[in-house]
Design a protein around this ligand. Sequence first.
Ligand code: MSP
Length: 523
Amino acid sequence: MPDLKKTFYVTTPIYYVNDIPHIGHAYSTVGADALARFKRMDGYDVFFLTGTDEHGQKIAKTAADEGLEPKQLADRVVERFKEAWAKLGITYDRFIRTTDEDHRKAAQAFFKKVMDAGFIYKADYEGWYCLPDEKFLLDSEVIDGPGGTKTCPDCGRKVERIKEENYFFKMSAFQKQLEKHLEDNPDFLQPASRKNELVNNFIKPGLADVSITRSTVKWGIPAPVPESTVIYVWFDALVNYLTALGWPDGENYKKFWPADVHIIGKDILRFHTTIWPTALMAAGIPLPKKVFGTGYINKDGKKMSKSLGNTVDPFELAATYSPDAVRYYLLREIAFGLDGNYTDDAFQLRFNGDLANDLGNLVSRSLTMLEKYFEGMVPKPGPQGELENQLAAIAKSYASKARTAMEHLEFHTTLIQAWELVKRANKYIEETSPWKVAKEGYGGKEKLATILFSLMEALRVTALSIAPFLPFTASAIWSQLGYSDDIHSHSLKETEEWGKIPVGQKIAKGQPLFPRIEKENKK
Ligand code: MSP
């Protein structure tokens, strides 16, 4: 029988190793992880790629400044990334490094393929280069800076003048084809709000040919040309998405390409929607289905970055509050695709409100009552009434709403939907007042059993609904509910089946999930 499972390939940017991981990097990676986990639970065979971008002038310079070889710097920083991702529960299938041997081969083979197709030529490059962005800039693009200097239009930093004999990719040949692709595939570039700006500023005015080697840089993949020169870091880095699948002949390439979505930050949207698709066209390789550009996580209104010295360490936050609190903040507070702000106050509000009050209390109140009234054993419910039907309806409607929101990477909407059940269940406790039922005995033990059974069901569905977003919390709720298997091997479909928790299952109440942050503990 052929494997008929639907496939899903999601990638993050590969991160430069001149910086240690901060919450801005965590943002795209946590988003990609939530998506990968969601798709796995929804029955897809998923390949999730992340990794590091290790070549180029910027890395060489950072390493030299620190008295290291570039590879030594990379080896050191890669560990920090891997550690960060392990702490945040990132379930990547491959962590690619552009210094990996298979990537060197793939980047050279890709270059050769484009060259053999006739789209690479040699010429002099004279122009500007933005080192922090590793980007060539035209005279018309740079901005006048202080003292006759020129600055980068994107990052505002000083650019340098370079003159090199390089190889060029004939991107201009794909102008029409790219425009048509964007027209025919309205979902290729998301969110739609970023599309007009990109098309009007960079595509419509005309695609210029781009230098794809650096003859004055030593740290890179040797270009497959007679001269000794390295492949331009972006023409090397982008190919990682193919390398990871074993392009051109690997089984995973056949199975997973074209990528379903490249998740990236808005600053690198231009590379992913001009050079990348046109180079793929030149090489005769199908284009990714979607490129999704996230906004920035700002601190005090400024993009978080090493050079600004305003980074927030996801390690520290995860250690102080829990990894899931970091994941929740990133996915719930800011609409994926828009810019957002990180502040300690907003973080604590989300923590105390949504996590401690809403979710944490629901779990602990419900399990405490089950222990008290039924010795911790899920009771056989009586007939469902109107209130129970309402709870069940909310639970059952989650999956289809979540699927729609996740198509557009609307994590915050999906979480709002998951919280509908949490909030409704909390209200249900107030409405049914189980403690009164127990004390006054109206409705009898059967009524109490119906209430507690319904609450256990609400917790079961909630655990499954939040599993892609808050994986550690979902596991904790699952085992507190008395399940001994791994919640992450369960299916989204189970959220649609009300009444599944086994009668007689013994729960095991644990520690509070999110102990409130009191003001005096504030960091
Ligand atoms: N190496 C390239 C990407 C190559 S992909 C083939 C690169 N690396 S980076 O480390 O500088 O940035 C990686 C990603 O992190 C970018 O998409 C960037 O937008 C994102 N972020 C870096 N700081 C960020 C914030 N403060 N907020 C959100 N994302 C940010 O570019």
